[in-house]
Design a binder for this molecule. Structure first.
Ligand SMILES: [Zn+2]
Length: 79
């Protein structure tokens, strides 16, 4: 039996991230930090909508629905 440590590279900064045992809604997985998670999310947002203003919650939900078919873009099951 071998011990497998699950890790992935942060999609934003490519730093190695150890997969947490429990992924809850506060988890930044698969990103290494909140900063990278948000940078990635807003990178997509501004790319798709070509916006420079901040989106309100409804707009983010609408975008997430289209992107993931889910309401919460931070839902760990979306990844
Ligand atoms: Zn990162």
């Amino acid at each position: 039996m071998s011990l497998v440590v699950k890790s992935e590279l942060c999609p934003q900064c490519h730093k190695e991230v150890i997969k947490p045992e429990v992924i809850d809604e506060n988890s930044t997985w698969p990103f290494c930090s909140e900063k990278c998670r948000d940078a990635d999310l807003f990178g997509w947002l501004s790319e798709e909508y070509n916006i420079s203003r901040e989106l309100n919650e409804e707009e983010v939900d609408e975008w997430a629905r289209k992107k993931f078919g889910k309401v919460n873009p931070y839902d760990p099951n979306a990844f």
